[in-house]
Design a protein around this ligand. Structure first.
Ligand code: PLP
Length: 377
Protein backbone atom coordinates (compact mmCIF):
# COMPACT_ATOMS: atom_id res chain seq x y z
CA UNK A 1 0.00 0.00 0.00
CA UNK A 2 1.10 3.56 -0.71
CA UNK A 3 1.48 6.16 2.02
CA UNK A 4 -1.85 7.88 1.26
CA UNK A 5 -3.69 4.59 1.86
CA UNK A 6 -1.61 3.63 4.90
CA UNK A 7 -2.33 7.02 6.53
CA UNK A 8 -6.05 6.21 6.42
CA UNK A 9 -6.03 2.46 7.09
CA UNK A 10 -2.90 1.31 8.91
CA UNK A 11 -3.54 -0.15 12.37
CA UNK A 12 -7.25 0.36 12.08
CA UNK A 13 -10.21 -2.02 11.83
CA UNK A 14 -13.97 -1.80 12.25
CA UNK A 15 -14.84 -2.52 15.91
CA UNK A 16 -15.91 -6.17 16.03
CA UNK A 17 -18.22 -5.69 19.03
CA UNK A 18 -20.31 -2.83 17.61
CA UNK A 19 -19.38 -2.26 13.95
CA UNK A 20 -18.19 1.27 14.84
CA UNK A 21 -16.11 2.66 11.97
CA UNK A 22 -14.27 5.17 14.18
CA UNK A 23 -12.36 3.28 16.85
CA UNK A 24 -13.90 3.57 20.34
CA UNK A 25 -11.69 5.24 22.98
CA UNK A 26 -10.79 2.52 25.49
CA UNK A 27 -10.62 4.27 28.85
CA UNK A 28 -10.62 1.06 30.88
CA UNK A 29 -7.43 0.77 32.91
CA UNK A 30 -7.78 -2.99 33.38
CA UNK A 31 -8.96 -5.96 31.31
CA UNK A 32 -10.77 -9.17 32.25
CA UNK A 33 -8.93 -12.46 32.65
CA UNK A 34 -10.42 -15.76 31.52
CA UNK A 35 -11.34 -18.39 34.18
CA UNK A 36 -8.06 -20.14 33.33
CA UNK A 37 -6.14 -16.99 34.37
CA UNK A 38 -5.09 -16.02 30.82
CA UNK A 39 -5.74 -12.78 28.91
CA UNK A 40 -6.69 -14.19 25.49
CA UNK A 41 -7.57 -10.73 24.06
CA UNK A 42 -4.01 -9.52 24.65
CA UNK A 43 -4.72 -6.68 27.12
CA UNK A 44 -4.00 -6.82 30.85
CA UNK A 45 -3.49 -3.31 32.25
CA UNK A 46 -3.54 -0.06 30.30
CA UNK A 47 -0.02 1.13 31.15
CA UNK A 48 1.25 -2.05 29.50
CA UNK A 49 -1.16 -2.38 26.58
CA UNK A 50 -4.06 -0.30 25.32
CA UNK A 51 -6.02 -0.74 22.06
CA UNK A 52 -5.77 2.95 21.05
CA UNK A 53 -2.04 2.97 21.68
CA UNK A 54 -1.62 -0.24 19.72
CA UNK A 55 -3.53 1.24 16.75
CA UNK A 56 -1.31 4.32 16.69
CA UNK A 57 1.90 2.29 17.05
CA UNK A 58 0.97 -0.03 14.17
CA UNK A 59 0.07 2.95 12.02
CA UNK A 60 3.35 4.84 12.64
CA UNK A 61 5.46 1.71 12.06
CA UNK A 62 3.70 1.17 8.72
CA UNK A 63 4.10 4.81 7.63
CA UNK A 64 7.86 4.77 8.28
CA UNK A 65 8.31 1.29 6.79
CA UNK A 66 9.62 0.08 10.18
CA UNK A 67 9.22 -3.14 12.12
CA UNK A 68 7.67 -1.72 15.26
CA UNK A 69 6.81 1.56 17.02
CA UNK A 70 6.43 2.73 20.61
CA UNK A 71 4.46 5.86 21.44
CA UNK A 72 5.21 8.02 24.47
CA UNK A 73 3.64 10.92 26.36
CA UNK A 74 5.84 13.49 24.52
CA UNK A 75 8.74 13.73 22.09
CA UNK A 76 11.10 14.44 24.96
CA UNK A 77 9.84 11.33 26.79
CA UNK A 78 11.28 9.41 23.80
CA UNK A 79 14.61 11.22 24.24
CA UNK A 80 14.55 10.41 27.97
CA UNK A 81 13.81 6.73 27.29
CA UNK A 82 16.69 6.48 24.79
CA UNK A 83 19.22 8.25 27.03
CA UNK A 84 18.08 6.19 30.02
CA UNK A 85 18.93 3.10 27.97
CA UNK A 86 22.61 4.13 27.89
CA UNK A 87 25.21 2.86 30.32
CA UNK A 88 27.75 4.86 32.37
CA UNK A 89 30.75 5.69 30.18
CA UNK A 90 28.83 5.48 26.88
CA UNK A 91 29.62 8.13 24.27
CA UNK A 92 26.69 9.81 22.47
CA UNK A 93 26.94 12.05 19.41
CA UNK A 94 24.41 14.82 18.73
CA UNK A 95 24.19 17.65 16.18
CA UNK A 96 25.73 20.92 17.41
CA UNK A 97 22.46 22.64 16.48
CA UNK A 98 20.23 19.92 17.95
CA UNK A 99 16.72 20.82 19.22
CA UNK A 100 17.49 22.76 22.40
CA UNK A 101 15.17 20.63 24.56
CA UNK A 102 17.42 17.61 23.93
CA UNK A 103 20.44 19.59 25.09
CA UNK A 104 18.59 20.33 28.33
CA UNK A 105 17.80 16.63 28.85
CA UNK A 106 21.48 15.74 28.43
CA UNK A 107 22.80 18.68 30.44
CA UNK A 108 20.23 18.80 33.24
CA UNK A 109 18.27 15.54 33.58
CA UNK A 110 21.25 13.24 32.96
CA UNK A 111 24.02 15.55 34.15
CA UNK A 112 25.24 13.08 36.80
CA UNK A 113 24.91 9.90 34.73
CA UNK A 114 28.54 9.78 33.58
CA UNK A 115 27.64 9.86 29.91
CA UNK A 116 30.02 11.41 27.40
CA UNK A 117 28.37 13.65 24.80
CA UNK A 118 29.80 15.26 21.68
CA UNK A 119 27.93 17.99 19.80
CA UNK A 120 29.14 17.90 16.21
CA UNK A 121 28.41 19.68 12.92
CA UNK A 122 26.38 16.93 11.22
CA UNK A 123 26.85 18.52 7.79
CA UNK A 124 30.58 17.73 8.15
CA UNK A 125 30.79 13.97 7.64
CA UNK A 126 34.52 13.99 8.44
CA UNK A 127 33.83 15.56 11.85
CA UNK A 128 31.12 12.96 12.58
CA UNK A 129 33.50 10.14 11.56
CA UNK A 130 36.24 11.54 13.80
CA UNK A 131 33.86 11.84 16.78
CA UNK A 132 32.68 8.23 16.24
CA UNK A 133 36.25 6.88 16.51
CA UNK A 134 35.91 6.65 20.28
CA UNK A 135 35.42 2.97 21.14
CA UNK A 136 32.64 3.78 23.62
CA UNK A 137 30.41 5.44 20.97
CA UNK A 138 26.92 3.93 21.22
CA UNK A 139 24.54 6.47 19.66
CA UNK A 140 24.50 8.84 16.69
CA UNK A 141 21.56 11.24 16.80
CA UNK A 142 20.72 13.20 13.66
CA UNK A 143 18.15 15.86 12.85
CA UNK A 144 17.71 16.77 9.21
CA UNK A 145 16.76 19.47 8.41
CA UNK A 146 17.84 20.89 11.75
CA UNK A 147 15.83 23.15 14.03
CA UNK A 148 15.78 26.12 13.29
CA UNK A 149 18.85 26.51 11.03
CA UNK A 150 17.48 24.03 8.45
CA UNK A 151 20.88 22.43 7.85
CA UNK A 152 20.75 19.13 5.97
CA UNK A 153 22.84 16.14 7.08
CA UNK A 154 23.76 13.19 4.85
CA UNK A 155 21.67 10.38 6.35
CA UNK A 156 23.37 7.57 4.37
CA UNK A 157 26.82 8.71 5.46
CA UNK A 158 25.73 9.00 9.11
CA UNK A 159 24.07 5.58 9.09
CA UNK A 160 27.26 4.10 7.65
CA UNK A 161 29.47 5.79 10.27
CA UNK A 162 27.19 4.45 13.02
CA UNK A 163 27.33 0.92 11.60
CA UNK A 164 31.10 1.01 11.42
CA UNK A 165 31.27 2.26 15.02
CA UNK A 166 28.85 -0.44 16.17
CA UNK A 167 26.53 2.32 17.38
CA UNK A 168 22.79 2.89 16.83
CA UNK A 169 21.67 5.75 14.56
CA UNK A 170 18.47 7.68 15.34
CA UNK A 171 16.95 10.35 13.11
CA UNK A 172 14.57 12.93 14.56
CA UNK A 173 11.92 12.99 11.82
CA UNK A 174 9.69 15.62 13.45
CA UNK A 175 10.29 18.30 10.79
CA UNK A 176 9.79 16.00 7.82
CA UNK A 177 7.43 13.09 8.59
CA UNK A 178 7.55 10.06 6.28
CA UNK A 179 5.66 12.11 3.69
CA UNK A 180 8.84 14.12 2.99
CA UNK A 181 11.72 11.83 3.99
CA UNK A 182 12.06 8.19 5.04
CA UNK A 183 15.26 7.73 7.06
CA UNK A 184 15.09 3.91 6.87
CA UNK A 185 15.65 4.17 3.09
CA UNK A 186 19.11 5.57 3.96
CA UNK A 187 20.08 2.90 6.48
CA UNK A 188 19.14 4.72 9.70
CA UNK A 189 18.25 2.29 12.54
CA UNK A 190 15.48 4.19 14.36
CA UNK A 191 13.28 7.25 13.79
CA UNK A 192 11.79 9.43 16.52
CA UNK A 193 8.99 11.96 16.25
CA UNK A 194 7.50 14.61 18.39
CA UNK A 195 4.01 13.58 17.23
CA UNK A 196 2.86 16.85 18.83
CA UNK A 197 3.79 18.48 15.52
CA UNK A 198 2.89 17.29 11.99
CA UNK A 199 1.84 13.74 12.88
CA UNK A 200 -1.06 14.84 15.11
CA UNK A 201 -1.19 18.08 13.17
CA UNK A 202 -3.67 20.35 14.97
CA UNK A 203 -1.73 21.73 17.96
CA UNK A 204 -4.02 19.97 20.40
CA UNK A 205 -2.12 16.90 21.67
CA UNK A 206 1.42 16.29 22.93
CA UNK A 207 3.11 12.98 22.10
CA UNK A 208 6.19 11.18 20.87
CA UNK A 209 7.14 8.04 18.95
CA UNK A 210 10.15 5.79 18.48
CA UNK A 211 10.12 3.51 15.44
CA UNK A 212 12.69 0.82 14.72
CA UNK A 213 13.67 -0.77 11.43
CA UNK A 214 14.94 -3.94 13.09
CA UNK A 215 15.32 -5.53 16.54
CA UNK A 216 17.93 -3.77 18.69
CA UNK A 217 18.78 -3.50 22.36
CA UNK A 218 18.05 0.24 22.65
CA UNK A 219 14.52 -0.23 21.37
CA UNK A 220 13.95 -3.06 23.87
CA UNK A 221 15.19 -0.87 26.73
CA UNK A 222 12.95 1.99 25.55
CA UNK A 223 10.03 -0.46 25.58
CA UNK A 224 10.73 -1.10 29.27
CA UNK A 225 10.76 2.67 29.97
CA UNK A 226 7.40 2.92 28.27
CA UNK A 227 5.65 -0.10 29.79
CA UNK A 228 7.26 -0.29 33.22
CA UNK A 229 8.49 3.30 33.54
CA UNK A 230 5.03 4.53 32.55
CA UNK A 231 5.82 7.30 30.04
CA UNK A 232 2.62 6.45 28.17
CA UNK A 233 0.16 8.68 26.31
CA UNK A 234 -3.52 8.52 27.31
CA UNK A 235 -6.01 6.60 25.14
CA UNK A 236 -7.59 9.90 24.07
CA UNK A 237 -4.19 11.34 23.10
CA UNK A 238 -3.56 8.23 20.97
CA UNK A 239 -7.00 8.48 19.42
CA UNK A 240 -6.57 12.17 18.53
CA UNK A 241 -3.11 11.53 17.08
CA UNK A 242 -4.33 8.57 15.01
CA UNK A 243 -7.19 10.70 13.70
CA UNK A 244 -4.73 13.43 12.76
CA UNK A 245 -2.74 10.94 10.69
CA UNK A 246 -5.74 10.42 8.35
CA UNK A 247 -4.96 13.81 6.76
CA UNK A 248 -1.17 13.80 7.30
CA UNK A 249 -0.28 13.42 3.63
CA UNK A 250 -2.68 16.14 2.46
CA UNK A 251 -1.60 18.55 5.17
CA UNK A 252 2.15 18.08 4.79
CA UNK A 253 2.06 18.40 1.00
CA UNK A 254 0.14 21.68 1.27
CA UNK A 255 2.39 22.98 4.08
CA UNK A 256 5.46 22.08 2.07
CA UNK A 257 4.14 23.80 -1.08
CA UNK A 258 3.21 26.89 0.97
CA UNK A 259 6.63 27.00 2.69
CA UNK A 260 8.41 26.80 -0.65
CA UNK A 261 6.39 29.66 -2.11
CA UNK A 262 6.88 31.78 1.03
CA UNK A 263 10.64 31.09 0.91
CA UNK A 264 10.82 32.20 -2.74
CA UNK A 265 8.80 35.31 -1.92
CA UNK A 266 10.94 36.26 1.10
CA UNK A 267 14.16 35.63 -0.81
CA UNK A 268 13.34 38.54 -3.08
CA UNK A 269 12.09 40.86 -0.29
CA UNK A 270 14.13 44.02 0.40
CA UNK A 271 13.55 43.77 4.19
CA UNK A 272 15.07 40.26 4.32
CA UNK A 273 18.74 39.41 4.78
CA UNK A 274 18.61 35.61 4.38
CA UNK A 275 16.11 32.80 3.99
CA UNK A 276 16.95 29.31 5.27
CA UNK A 277 15.00 26.66 3.37
CA UNK A 278 16.42 23.47 1.82
CA UNK A 279 14.16 23.89 -1.22
CA UNK A 280 15.97 27.04 -2.36
CA UNK A 281 18.71 26.39 -4.91
CA UNK A 282 20.99 28.72 -2.91
CA UNK A 283 20.76 26.48 0.21
CA UNK A 284 24.24 24.99 0.82
CA UNK A 285 22.89 21.41 0.92
CA UNK A 286 20.16 21.83 -1.69
CA UNK A 287 21.35 18.94 -3.90
CA UNK A 288 21.54 16.58 -0.92
CA UNK A 289 18.06 17.70 0.18
CA UNK A 290 16.70 16.93 -3.30
CA UNK A 291 18.05 13.40 -3.12
CA UNK A 292 17.02 12.78 0.48
CA UNK A 293 13.63 14.51 0.64
CA UNK A 294 11.67 13.04 -2.27
CA UNK A 295 8.33 14.25 -0.86
CA UNK A 296 9.24 17.98 -0.95
CA UNK A 297 11.28 20.20 1.36
CA UNK A 298 8.88 20.45 4.29
CA UNK A 299 6.78 23.17 5.87
CA UNK A 300 9.49 24.80 8.03
CA UNK A 301 11.67 27.76 7.11
CA UNK A 302 13.62 30.46 8.90
CA UNK A 303 14.12 34.06 7.85
CA UNK A 304 16.72 36.56 8.98
CA UNK A 305 15.32 40.08 8.62
CA UNK A 306 17.40 43.19 8.01
CA UNK A 307 18.27 44.46 11.48
CA UNK A 308 18.53 42.74 14.84
CA UNK A 309 16.35 41.42 17.63
CA UNK A 310 14.14 44.50 17.80
CA UNK A 311 13.36 44.48 14.07
CA UNK A 312 12.62 40.73 14.12
CA UNK A 313 10.35 41.08 17.16
CA UNK A 314 8.63 44.00 15.38
CA UNK A 315 7.82 41.82 12.36
CA UNK A 316 6.41 39.10 14.64
CA UNK A 317 4.36 41.74 16.48
CA UNK A 318 2.71 42.96 13.24
CA UNK A 319 1.49 39.68 11.72
CA UNK A 320 -2.28 39.19 11.54
CA UNK A 321 -2.81 35.70 10.09
CA UNK A 322 0.31 34.02 11.48
CA UNK A 323 0.13 33.31 15.21
CA UNK A 324 3.09 34.26 17.46
CA UNK A 325 3.71 30.95 19.18
CA UNK A 326 6.29 28.23 19.52
CA UNK A 327 5.79 24.68 18.15
CA UNK A 328 5.07 23.73 14.55
CA UNK A 329 3.25 21.43 12.19
CA UNK A 330 -0.35 22.54 12.86
CA UNK A 331 -2.88 23.53 10.21
CA UNK A 332 -2.40 27.21 11.12
CA UNK A 333 0.78 29.17 10.34
CA UNK A 334 3.04 30.09 13.27
CA UNK A 335 5.93 32.51 13.62
CA UNK A 336 8.40 32.76 16.49
CA UNK A 337 11.48 34.67 17.51
CA UNK A 338 13.56 31.59 18.19
CA UNK A 339 16.44 33.11 20.22
CA UNK A 340 14.07 34.51 22.85
CA UNK A 341 12.22 31.17 23.11
CA UNK A 342 15.51 29.31 23.69
CA UNK A 343 16.76 31.83 26.28
CA UNK A 344 20.13 33.43 27.08
CA UNK A 345 22.23 30.37 26.05
CA UNK A 346 20.75 30.35 22.56
CA UNK A 347 23.19 30.54 19.65
CA UNK A 348 20.44 31.38 17.15
CA UNK A 349 20.91 34.73 15.33
CA UNK A 350 18.92 37.55 16.99
CA UNK A 351 17.31 38.59 13.69
CA UNK A 352 15.92 35.09 12.96
CA UNK A 353 12.24 34.23 12.83
CA UNK A 354 11.16 30.61 12.46
CA UNK A 355 8.06 29.98 10.38
CA UNK A 356 5.80 26.93 10.38
CA UNK A 357 3.67 27.19 7.24
CA UNK A 358 0.07 26.11 7.70
CA UNK A 359 -2.51 25.04 5.12
CA UNK A 360 -4.02 28.52 4.56
CA UNK A 361 -4.09 30.26 1.16
CA UNK A 362 -0.47 31.08 0.39
CA UNK A 363 -1.26 34.51 -1.13
CA UNK A 364 -2.86 35.52 2.19
CA UNK A 365 0.24 34.32 4.04
CA UNK A 366 2.63 36.22 1.76
CA UNK A 367 0.54 39.39 2.02
CA UNK A 368 0.57 39.10 5.82
CA UNK A 369 4.37 38.77 5.93
CA UNK A 370 4.76 41.60 3.42
CA UNK A 371 2.73 44.07 5.53
CA UNK A 372 4.69 43.01 8.64
CA UNK A 373 8.07 43.49 6.89
CA UNK A 374 7.33 46.80 5.10
CA UNK A 375 8.03 49.11 8.06
CA UNK A 376 11.66 47.86 7.94
CA UNK A 377 12.14 49.34 4.46
N1 PLP B 1 12.33 17.19 18.33
C1 PLP B 1 12.04 18.33 17.66
C2 PLP B 1 12.72 18.58 16.34
C3 PLP B 1 11.16 19.27 18.19
O1 PLP B 1 10.90 20.40 17.52
C4 PLP B 1 10.56 19.01 19.45
C5 PLP B 1 9.64 19.98 20.08
O2 PLP B 1 9.57 21.13 19.71
C6 PLP B 1 10.88 17.82 20.13
C7 PLP B 1 11.76 16.93 19.53
C8 PLP B 1 10.31 17.52 21.50
O3 PLP B 1 8.99 17.11 21.42
P1 PLP B 1 7.85 17.38 22.54
O4 PLP B 1 7.66 18.87 22.62
O5 PLP B 1 6.66 16.63 21.98
O6 PLP B 1 8.34 16.81 23.82
Amino acid sequence: MQIETLAVHAGRRVDSATGAVAQPIHLSTTFERDPNGKWPRGYTYSREENPNRETLEKCLAALEGGKEALVFSSGLAVVNAVVQAMEPGDHLIFPDDVYYGLRRVIGEVFAEWKLESSFVDMTDTGAVSAAAMKPNTRLLWVESPSNPMLRVADLSAIAQIARKANAVSICDGTFTTPVIQRPFDFGIDMVMHSTTKYIAGHSDVVGGALITKHDNYLFERARKSQKYGGAVPSPFDCWLTRRGVDTLVLRVRQQSANAREIAEFLRGHAAVERVLYPGLSAHPQHELARAQMPGGFGGMLSVQVRGGRQEAMGVAARVRIFTRATSLGGTHSLIEHRASVEGPQSVIPANLLRISAGIENVDDLKADLDQALRPLL
